[in-house]
Design a protein around this ligand. Sequence first.
Ligand code: HPA
Length: 235
Amino acid sequence: MATPHINAADGAFAETVLMPGDPLRAQYIAENFLENAERVTDVRNMFGYTGTYKGKKVSVMGHGMGIPSCSIYVHELIKDYGVKNIIRVGSCGAVKDDVKLMDVIVAQGASTDSKVNRTRFANHDFAAISDFHLLETAVGEARKQNVSVRVGNVFSADLFYSPEADLFNTMDKLGILAVDMEAAGIYGVAAELGARALTILTVSDHIIRGEALSSDERQKSFNEMMTVSLETAIN
Ligand code: HPA
């Protein structure tokens, strides 16, 4: 049954949904990486597609920017469409000194300044972690494909334009690899609803060093992340 934000038919999604922030990225993935992909939802132009990868059914759908947006789509996919595995495929800004542009980051856990997981957990701290099976599979795939991969804690920020510049240095000291805007929210929804989730990120910029990828490097690094993510989706 359609939900307020997804107008796909019952059974339209695979058990595993890859989720970039940008719906046009979802379209790009469907057109360039999946076979026989069909668009299954288009509410608010937040496109979702289902096709196959190496013969196995896989879906891809945009989740928008920030924890409120991604939480809506992930919640409805799991609760109303029976999705079991969510793999976010996004970008991040690195903070840790030894993280390089072009690295792929697998978010083992996600810290946050968002209150959503405290709202879920009687105001206690919830350790927002990825599913170990998906994590192990993704790291194995990255190593197999010789992709430079880092595994650890990320920080899902509510504000892209943060006034707290000092916080990035504290994150670096605490071993946080990079900043995104969704992982902690997606891990919270998955835990609440009993699904598995993982976030895989390309490093598009280094926040402390002020570096950024060129558009060619962005595409190469995105393609590397996609092959790791698609192999994870079917294994
Ligand atoms: N902050 C949050 N999310 C991001 C960034 C950033 O600097 N870069 C890419 N995604």
